[in-house]
Design a protein. Structure first.
Length: 160
């Protein structure tokens, strides 16, 4: 029988807690600290496992929303226009249904295109484009950070 993902994560946590960390010398403080950090991350992953697909879908939807707003609201010269075209292409890319790796890749492509747009606006964005860029990013990322805070709230983290 193949163990399920939750059992596999629990097994790694147990191995770290019961076998690996107890055998590290006390002077290996960094290794001990990193081992505890790894355990903490595994415990969080375990607790969030069933909700990850919905969270990642929400992250992609938010990336598409900010990309769409930026592509439609930012203006400038040749560099800015090129970056807007790249961002628009990243936003409208089609994905096979239920393809989580492709969705993560698209989200990253949108984020990379947004970063390129910010750099392009610094080169030749007009005043209205710069203002729109700042306003859109601040407004939409505030909403995203609130969602991220909620996602990690049960673990005592605050992402702001």
């Amino acid at each position: 029988m193949t163990p399920n993902t939750d059992d596999r994560i629990a097994s790694v946590i147990r191995a770290l807690n019961e076998v690996i960390l107890p055998h590290l010398p006390p002077e290996a403080s960094l290794a001990l600290e990193q081992g505890q950090l790894a355990i903490g991350h595994l415990q969080i992953l375990r607790a969030q496992l069933d909700h990850v697909p919905a969270f990642e879908a929400e992250e992609l939807a938010d990336a598409k929303a900010i990309g769409t707003e930026l592509a439609g609201g930012v203006t400038g010269g040749k560099a800015t226009a090129g970056a807007i075209a790249t961002l628009h292409a990243a936003v409208i890319a089609s994905l096979p249904a239920g393809d989580a790796p492709a969705a993560r890749k698209q989200r990253q492509a949108i984020h990379d295109a947004i970063e390129a747009l910010v750099r392009a606006v610094a080169v030749d964005g007009d005043a209205a484009g710069k203002s729109a860029l700042h306003g859109i990013i601040l407004t939409m990322e505030l909403a995203r950070s609130q969602k991220d805070r909620k996602w990690f709230a049960p673990f005592g983290f605050d992402t702001i």
